[in-house]
Structures are given as C-alpha cells and as structure tokens.
Design a protein around this ligand. Sequence first.
Ligand code: HEM
Length: 316
Amino acid sequence: PTHTCQRRALGNPFDRATLQAMRPRVAALASGLLDDLENRLRADGEADFVHTVAEQLPMHTVGDWLGIAPEHFAHILDFTHRQVYAQELLPTKSELAVSAQATLEMRAFFTELIGQRRARPGNDVLTGWIHHWDARYPDDRAAADQVIYDLTMFITIASLETTAVLLANAVWFLTQEPSRVAWLRRHPEHIDDAIEETLRYDPPVHVNSRIAADDTVLAGVPIAKDTTVHVLYGSAAHDPRRNEQPHVFDIRRNGSHLTFGGGAHYCLGAALARLEARELLGQVLERFPTLRPVAPPEYDTSRVVFRRIASLKVTT
Ligand code: HEM
C-alpha cells in the first residue's frame, strides 16, 4: 500500500508530452557531451566513452530534471557506484561497509538539497514533490522529508548506472561490427530496434528478486510463502523458447525481454532511458561514422545484479 500510494502520487512523470518537451534538452546535452568526446579524440587519439559520455548523459538529464547543479554530478556518480553493492545478491562484508558509507553520503547530500529547495523553490520536479508531500503531511515535516528523500535516492540509484550501461552497450554492440553500424546509418529508422535489441542482449539489471507473499505456484513450481525468488532477466532474454538464436545480436529480431521488469513495479523511467539512447545514438551515427572500440569494455566483475561497465575505450 505504501508503494501504491507513492507511485500514484508520482503518476507517469515521463508521459508522451513531457518526453516531447524534454527531447530538445536531452539532444543538446548529448551534443555537448559528444563535443567533449570529439575534443578528447582529437587530443589523445582515443577516449573513454563511458567516462566522457555514457555516464554523463543520464546524470545530466536526471540532474536537470531534479534541478541539481552540475558541480554535484561527480559526487553523485561516485556515491551511486559505491551504494549499489547493498543491492547485490551476495555482497561481502567489506562491500556492505562501502555501501553503508555511500548511503550516509547520499543521505547527507539529498537531505541538504531538499532543505535548500524548500527554502528556495524552483520550477523543477523536486519542488513539485515537496509541495505535494508537505500538503499530504501538513503536521509531520519529518514524514514528508522521508518520502521525498526516498524518491530522490531511489530515482538516482535506479536511473544512472542502468542507463549508462544501456548507452555504453549500444555503442559497444554496434561499433564492434563495422557492417552493423554502417547498416544502421543507412537505416536510422531502425535505431529504436537497435536499442531494444541492446536491452535484450545484455540487460543493465541482470537479476531482480521477489518474496512470495503467500503460498503460490509459479510456472508449475510450488513456492512457499516467504520464499525469495530470483528472476534472472539476462537469462530469460536468452531463452531460445522466447528468442530464437538468442546469442545473435540481431537489430531486426523484434524480440522480447524483461529488462524493465513487469507488473506494479515496472520501471518508471523506461521511456526516458529509451529517449536518451535514441538521441545519443542518432548523433553518434551521424557525427562519428568510424567510431570503434579500441578493446572490449571493462566490467565491474564484482557485480551480478547491477551490471556496470567501468570503461569503454574508443577511437575513430
Ligand atoms: C536502461 C535503463 C533502465 C533499466 C534497465 C531499468 C530497469 C529497472 C528495473 C528492472 C526495475 C524493477 C522493475 C520490477 O521490480 O519489476 C526498475 C524500476 C524502477 N526504475 Fe528503472 N531502469 C532504467 C532506467 C530508469 C530511469 C531513467 C529511471 C528514472 C528516471 C528509472 C526509475 C525507476 C524507478 C523509480 C523504479 C521503481 C518502480 C517501482 O518500484 O514502482 N529507471 N527499473
């Protein structure tokens, strides 16, 4: 019930009209980041696509949306990378300690941000949440603050690394095969299909977990109340019963995936992630026709749940 109440209050923050209004800004952000990439390529001959572009576009987009000043972006990215260990399946004791420290930093940052925004409201989503939850809890500022904190914290964790992995993966899967990228340049109407295939081929979140509220049967398997069920999204997307020849990256496959989850918790930002990918890919194809990887990406191999590509070196 708490989730339903919060989700209803959020509505659909990325409906068609909102996305249309956000599009020019996302395009401009992508263009600016690709200028940075171009400068780095010109200066050094190669550049890290993750550090320069893939991690930056989601941060700038969501930062803009929440009204956060760019000078805080590096700090937010840093504590996000460290915080997500708590969401891993089997975090080590030291990983949990790293995550706990990052959570403290995150709480301090967003608590201060919410306080400042209350003092100086803006024309942004965070200000809207403050108005909404203050009206809902007129006599309980702490309760309002807690919900607003949960929302900012959750959006940050849910949106940054996930979208960064989508963007890096799209460039990696497309540019590792020159004929693939050349075909897509000739058929830009298939950019959305390339994004869907990227989402299927290597989902940014590989595992999601649920706890059975009651005794139930799932696909013929009895599940007792309170049992934890791990859903392997990555594996599901490579099930040949759903997607033929699943290990082939095929832009036109029109396959199916669970990359944004399903049901009551279906990803709130799926449409925004797709918009960022569309705007970025379109520009990459146009501006960097010969972009290619110098080496395969470097993954954070300690992760199972939240995939993280730490680096993807590219050249032209
Ligand atoms: C490629 C990028 C992304 C991927 C792969 C992704 C994936 C997911 C997944 C798997 C879930 C869980 C669904 C479930 O439990 O059934 C989820 C939930 C969520 N995502 Fe995303 N996400 C992405 C981008 C974003 C963005 C850009 C935002 C916001 C700006 C966002 C906000 C959320 C929120 C708020 C939830 C929780 C929804 C709820 O519990 O009701 N996500 N996402």
